[in-house]
Structures are given as structure tokens and as C-alpha cells.
Design a protein around this ligand. Structure first.
Ligand code: APR
Length: 399
């Protein structure tokens, strides 16, 4: 149990122990920068939270370069093919042989988070679980501070040189960027998914996107025993609106099991409704506060880019802090948002395009018919055009 002095002094205060905060903390320790991470959840909670699991090659490189990839190298699985199923059949896109010739590594996020927590603690890092940041201040000065409340609820103050807001979409940091300086860009995609985690081996060898007149369905392996499924549903649906049997029947229908074979069923461990939305905060910084990951912007799960963007922003931020603290060079930090935003917008554009590739309104009105035909034309172009497949491969894996 860390005994907190009335005001803890450190150099970089990191709020949040998700992919962004944990990668940042590990890279800072590796660069000899004093830091601490404050995390609201318990260690058990953050290491159990099943979320993403599709790591881009750039992400694996950042982790491997800093000795953080042992787990994913040992237990991760290469994926270089994705499959599209439509009414006219299915086609496989071998993206690892196209574009930058890179593949994904499938490695459940909770395992990556556990690896990152372990590495941070082994490096002597100060990671305070069960501790919530309730206030921040001094962001315009040179000694920003946080008010943190530990497991016993006693508030205490943390003071540092910089604050990294890695506290996700519901965190406190994104609310602290002054309204007059930050511009929020937001898109609600008008698509709702029922996100499912099934205790069943993968049914298919690859990520499979099924486009059906009843709606989208997706199959993504997570581990040899657990598979992620997505089922597009109506915005008014509730997670409990569907029985397990109805879910499996609808997945079979949309994945065209009668033609391609049944799905391997099992208990549904998790179900949650996801309204696909995206947003970007510009800039992602104010004074001594720098945001990374979901705190800086949300991206729809359509192309599984969220955790990858979080890691890349953490890498950029770690380099900026090291430059300022070791060399007195504040320029990289001053340019942090300008460095990250082009990468974020390219990922947003591809993810938005993926939504239009896989979804269209079901109505029989003129507009819905037009959008369905656009979707079908995109799929046909992807199926038949090699240049387009090269471009898809770059966007799908690239960060
Ligand atoms: N005080 C302390 N910790 C907080 C606070 C707070 N006030 N608010 C939030 N947190 C913690 C949360 O408990 C969570 O563990 O911040 C962490 C934020 O982690 P994530 O939500 O995983 O955000 P990030 O690291 O940006 O990664 C986001 O990873 O989950 C995938 O693809 C998903 O895009 C997403 C990406």
C-alpha cells in the first residue's frame, strides 16, 4: 500500500491504465522519465476487461522495440486474410500479400494490458489501482496538479510537470480542455451493433464480414476458446431483447450457414450494445495536459483501430516528454496534436468508409435503395480491383 505524502511530487502524471496509459508509462520508465499511473479500476478489473484484440504491425513494432511484446509474440496469432460474404457468395482478401504486406496480430487486449501492467511494475513503476482522479488544475502553469482519491476515499494531491490524460471516453481529461480552445468533430454513424463474446472456438479461419439484407454480422477470433461476434441491430433494441437462441439463429442466417456451414456455438459470455460513433478533439492538448487514446477521440470499431491509435499516440507523447525533460526541447510537445491528428484522421476516414462498405439502410425508400447499391458497388470494386485491394490493405492494417 503506497503511503501518500500530502502532495506527491512526480514528473509525469498519467491518468488511466488502458493501452494508452500503460504503454506511455512503460515508455517513460524506459526513457528514464519519472512518472506514475493512477487507475480508477482494480488490477483484476483492468486485466479482465475484454475489449479489442487486433494489433496492427506498427503497434507490434512499438511494443517489441520496448520489450513489451513477449506475450503477444508467444500467444498472439498472425492474421493476414479477411473474408466478405454477400448474397453472391464470399471472397477472401489476402491483405498480408498486398499493400504494405503487413498482417494483424490477434492478441486479446486484456492479455496485453496484463503484460503491460506486469512490465510497468517490474520496472519499479508506481501504479495506483482503485484510485480516481476527481479534479485537475494548474494546467496553464508549470506545476499542474491532480486530486486523487485512493481506495480509502481519502483525497490527496499529486503534483507534477505534465499530465497525460489517458482516461478514455468517459474520463475527466477530455472535459478539461477549455471549450474555447478545443474543437470537437463528431459523427454518429447511425449503426448499432450487438457486441457478443462467445465461449466457443472460432467458426472460421479468418475475420469474416457478412453483408445481408437483414443487416451486418461479423466474426472475429479472439482466442482458441473465445470468439467475438457482432450483430447489427435496431437502435431501439436492448441487449436483453434477444435470447441466445435468437442470436445464434440470426448469426447463422446472416453468415449464410446453410451455404457455408454452421457456426460453432457456446455460452454468450458478454453482450453489449454499441452505437457506432466517432469523435476527434483538436487540439488534443492544453497547457501541461496532453490527451491520448479514447480520451483524445473515439473511433468506431469497424476497422479495430482504437487500441492501435492509443499505442501510437502514447509513443509520440513519450518521445515528446523525453525531449522536453532530457533536452529542454519543448517543440515535439508543442507539435503533439499536429503530429497525431493526420494519423488519426486517416484512420477515421478508413473506418468511416468500412462502415459504408458493410452497412446500408434496410428501408425500401429511394434513399435506402441508393445507399444499398452504393454499398454493393463498393464490395464489387473491392472484389474485382487489385489496385483497390492494395489500397484496402494499406488502410486496414496501417496506422
Ligand atoms: N481516474 C482514474 N482512472 C480513470 C478515470 C479517472 N477519473 N477515468 C477513467 N479512468 C481509467 C479507466 O478505468 C480505464 O481503465 O482510464 C482507463 C482508460 O482506458 P481505455 O478506456 O482502455 O482507454 P485507452 O487506453 O485510450 O484505450 C482505448 O482500447 O479498449 C480499446 O479499442 C478500444 O479504442 C479503445 C482503446
Amino acid at each position: 500500500m503506497t503511503t501518500q505524502s500530502p502532495v506527491d511530487e512526480t514528473t509525469v502524471l498519467v491518468v488511466g491504465a488502458g493501452p494508452a496509459g500503460l504503454v506511455l508509462g512503460n515508455l517513460l520508465l524506459a526513457a528514464g522519465v519519472d512518472c506514475l499511473i493512477v487507475e480508477r479500476g482494480s488490477r483484476a478489473h483492468v486485466e479482465r476487461r475484454a475489449r479489442a484484440g487486433f494489433l496492427a504491425a506498427d503497434t507490434v513494432r512499438v511494443l517489441a522495440d520496448h520489450g513489451l511484446a513477449d506475450g503477444l509474440k508467444a500467444r498472439g496469432r498472425e492474421h493476414g486474410v479477411c473474408v466478405f460474404r454477400t448474397g453472391s457468395g464470399e471472397f477472401a482478401l489476402r491483405y498480408a500479400d498486398l499493400g504494405r504486406r503487413e498482417s494483424h496480430t490477434v492478441y486479446p487486449q486484456q492479455e496485453l494490458v496484463a503484460d503491460l501492467v506486469d512490465a510497468f511494475l517490474r520496472r519499479g513503476g508506481d501504479l495506483r489501482f482503485g484510485t480516481t482522479v476527481s479534479a485537475m488544475g494548474g494546467l496553464d502553469g508549470d506545476r499542474p496538479w491532480l486530486t486523487a482519491e485512493g481506495p480509502d476515499g481519502t483525497p490527496y494531491r499529486l503534483s507534477g510537470r505534465y499530465v497525460a490524460g489517458c482516461d478514455g471516453r468517459h474520463g475527466i481529461s477530455r472535459r478539461l480542455l477549455p471549450a474555447g480552445t478545443v474543437r470537437r468533430h463528431r459523427r454518429r454513424h447511425g449503426v448499432t451493433w450487438l457486441a457478443l463474446l462467445a465461449e466457443a472456438p472460432p467458426s472460421l479461419p479468418a475475420v469474416t464480414y457478412a453483408v445481408h439484407e437483414r443487416g451486418f454480422a461479423g466474426h472475429m477470433a479472439r482466442t482458441p476458446a473465445v470468439t467475438r461476434y457482432y450483430l447489427q441491430c435496431a437502435p431501439e433494441d436492448r441487449a436483453e431483447s434477444w435470447s441466445d437462441a435468437e442470436i445464434w439463429a440470426e448469426l447463422d442466417l446472416r453468415m449464410r450457414a446453410e451455404r457455408f456451414g454452421p457456426l460453432r456455438r457456446g455460452p454468450l459470455l458478454e453482450r453489449a450494445l454499441v452505437d457506432l460513433e466517432s469523435d476527434v478533439l483538436d487540439p488534443m492538448q492544453h497547457g501541461r495536459l496532453f490527451l491520448a487514446g479514447d480520451a483524445a477521440g473515439l473511433i468506431s470499431p469497424s476497422a479495430a483501430k482504437g487500441a492501435n491509435l492509443a499505442v501510437m499516440a502514447a509513443r509520440t507523447l513519450a518521445e515528446g516528454f523525453a525531449a522536453a525533460l532530457h533536452r529542454g526541447d519543448e517543440e515535439p510537445l508543442a507539435r503533439y496534436s499536429a503530429t497525431c491528428l493526420p494519423r488519426i484522421w486517416r484512420a477515421q476516414e478508413f473506418s468511416h468508409w468500412m462502415i459504408g462498405l458493410l452497412h446500408a439502410p434496410a428501408g425500401d425508400d429511394e434513399e435506402s435503395r441508393f445507399l444499398r447499391s452504393l454499398r454493393d458497388a463498393r464490395l464489387e470494386t473491392l472484389r474485382t480491383s487489385l489496385p483497390h485491394q492494395h489500397s484496402f490493405a494499406d488502410g486496414y492494417v496501417g496506422i
